[in-house]
Ligand binder design. Sequence first.
Ligand SMILES: NC(=O)c1ccc[n+]([C@@H]2O[C@H](COP(=O)([O-])OP(=O)(O)OC[C@H]3O[C@@H](n4cnc5c(N)ncnc54)[C@H](O)[C@@H]3O)[C@@H](O)[C@H]2O)c1
Length: 254
Amino acid sequence: MSTRVAKRFEGKTAIITGSARGMGKQLALDMVAEGAKVSISDIVPDILQEAKREIEKEGGECLATVCDIAHSKQVEDMVNKTVETFGTVHILVNNAGLLTPATIEETTNDLIDRTININLKGVLYGIRAVTPIMKKNRYGRIVNVASIVGKRGDNSTTFAYGASKGGVITLTRSTARALGPFGITCNCIAPHAVLTNLMRHWDEKKKREVAELIPLKRLGTVEDMSYLMMFLASDESSFITGETININGGYYMD
Ligand SMILES: NC(=O)c1ccc[n+]([C@@H]2O[C@H](COP(=O)([O-])OP(=O)(O)OC[C@H]3O[C@@H](n4cnc5c(N)ncnc54)[C@H](O)[C@@H]3O)[C@@H](O)[C@H]2O)c1
């Protein structure tokens, strides 16, 4: 008989950063459908409120907080507000990220700082803020969102971005080692070519060219990402930690 249960997140509270749109919002919708209470946050207030309404329409319990993860105090406040509202935190998904294409010559100090502050330091702020809570619970699931370019680098326009995502992969491993003894897992996904606002600089020709290079001959969807993140956030993945899983239609394998 199958042990699979329909609702993997009953009784669980999940924080998902950068969840006003894209794969973070899809994940929030999918997790509430499986019983989670979700704490969503983003830097864009109007679409954040829209996402909250959408989640509540599906019957989900949702806290929405404007939070710029580049600021540690805002991250700590958002985590504390989640605990005040829902009692504790079981799952943290560090999803928020920024991609500003630039060649090496165009990569200004400001772009380097912004990219590292959000994509790398923001992830560490989140992990640090939930650690005492998860340690006390002796339970936690942390899922980070890196990128294919964090593994293989890139030869086009994502230098600061690739470096920040490479840092997230290392941070995932260190967190997994440090927090494993407390029943906390930390894993990472490395997506490529998912049609979201982040890829708004791709025109139709570019999308076709990118899809053509992918063995599965299509771009990724937010649902593809959500299903993997849910697996890593669930108890089905309880013996996996420190991993960064490629999700790219076979474009890059390691
Ligand atoms: N789309 C892809 O092909 C792709 C590929 C590899 C990795 N990723 C990663 O996936 C994650 C989600 O991106 P997406 O594709 O859903 O893009 P998206 O732009 O739809 O969603 C990202 C969200 O993060 C928010 N955000 C940006 N800076 C923030 C900050 N400082 N604090 C809080 N929120 C902030 C944005 O407002 C946005 O709502 C990102 O970390 C991105 O780097 C995406």
